[in-house]
Ligand binder design. Structure first.
Ligand code: FBP
Length: 340
């Protein structure tokens, strides 16, 4: 009986499809000596829910799931049907997975206790970001942060399990439902992006080890709120214009962040008179993207401090957000008045 060592095909007849997310997660698990596979499974559960939400968003126009749901969420925002569907899909995947003990969601007033005695992780999630763009076929996203609970598994969920600073994240990521669907995440060892191959139902590694340019010429801000801006902020945006930077604002944080992460740029949502604490939510929008930004060599602040160092006090608390290329965020910060 002849035994030959495997020789990878050299004919080029069957091009390599690349590394699946599953395989990548498995490969990277060895980076964590005490890894038990639970975080890996949790990431897979999120990827599965993302595939289902991707299917829903791409078919939204055909299946009567566009438009308002007829309820407002704890933020006072009108919920879109897809907001609710995405929330259900991620909740279900995370509860079935078994690794998660509690969920904080933009669409839920309170912390959701999954009554899962072995769950070691807490997930904070914005199931569908960019709700105002859902019905008009513009890129939208999902944002997630993962923490290890502080109290023993099986014991009652406590505030300290939830109110953790962004520095305590063990993983974070986003899904971008755009011209192609991508999942980008970090576990604290760099940032990797995966593109969804619909026909195979798999995410494949397409953007390994993302490094954000240190500087850029793109600024993303809703100029419609400029009447509410402080003078320093107005001066910074005027300087961007004087320098002929490109103004790019999709109105979906994930999409604006993703572009600027790859091309160099800054997304800014300052405190305004309408939103004196800023608009974006700390636990399930700003923290995840700040972790990814820093892991890719970019930066995220509220204008005075690192987003990741802010200790949350309320579930849906908001924060001003300046996020993107390091040089641009540092410069924008230098224009802002410092709290007394
Ligand atoms: P949600 O859609 O999840 O509520 O997210 C907030 C958001 O839509 C961001 O995606 C976006 O960057 C920002 O708000 C847009 O706000 P505005 O319409 O005030 O510019």
């Amino acid at each position: 009986m002849k035994i030959l060592p495997y020789a990878p095909d050299q004919s080029g007849l069957a091009y390599s499809v690349g590394t699946t997310l599953d395989r990548f997660i498995k490969l990277k698990q060895s980076d964590f000596p005490f890894a038990s596979g639970e975080l890996s499974q949790l990431l897979r559960d999120i990827a599965l829910a993302a595939k289902i939400v991707n299917r829903e968003t791409t078919r939204a126009g055909l299946s009567n799931i566009g438009g308002a749901f007829g309820q407002v969420n704890v933020q006072g925002e009108e919920q879109q049907k897809l907001d609710v569907i995405a929330n259900i899909r991620f909740m279900r995947a995370l509860s079935k997975g078994g690794e998660v003990c509690a969920i904080v969601s933009e669409e839920e007033d309170s912390v959701i206790d999954l009554k899962n005695s072995s769950g070691k992780y807490v997930v904070a999630i914005d199931p569908l970001d960019g709700s105002s763009n859902i019905d008009v076929n513009i890129s939208i996203g999902t944002i997630f942060s993962i923490y290890r609970r502080r109290t023993p598994a099986g014991s009652p969920i406590q505030e300290k399990d939830i109110m953790q600073a962004g520095t305590e994240q063990v993983a974070a990521g986003y899904v971008l439902y755009g011209s192609s669907t991508m999942l980008v995440y970090t576990t604290g060892r760099g940032v990797n992006g995966f593109t969804y191959e619909q026909s195979l139902g798999e995410f494949f590694l397409s953007h390994p080890d993302i490094q954000a340019p240190k500087n850029g010429e793109i600024y993303s801000v809703n100029e419609g709120t400029q009447h509410d801006w402080e003078e320093g902020f107005k001066s910074y945006i005027n300087q961007c214009k004087e320098r002929r930077y490109s103004a790019r604002y999709i109105g979906s944080l994930v999409a604006d962040f993703h572009r600027n992460l790859l091309k160099g740029g800054i997304y800014l949502y300052p405190a305004t008179k309408k939103n004196p604490a800023g608009k974006l939510r700390l636990l399930y929008e700003a923290n995840a993207l700040a972790y990814i930004a820093e892991q890719a060599g970019a930066m995220a602040t509220d204008g005075t401090q690192r987003i990741l160092e802010i200790l949350p006090t309320t579930l849906h608390q908001r924060t001003p957000l300046l996020i993107g290329s390091q040089e641009m965020v540092k410069e924008a910060e230098s224009f802002l008045s410092k709290p007394a």
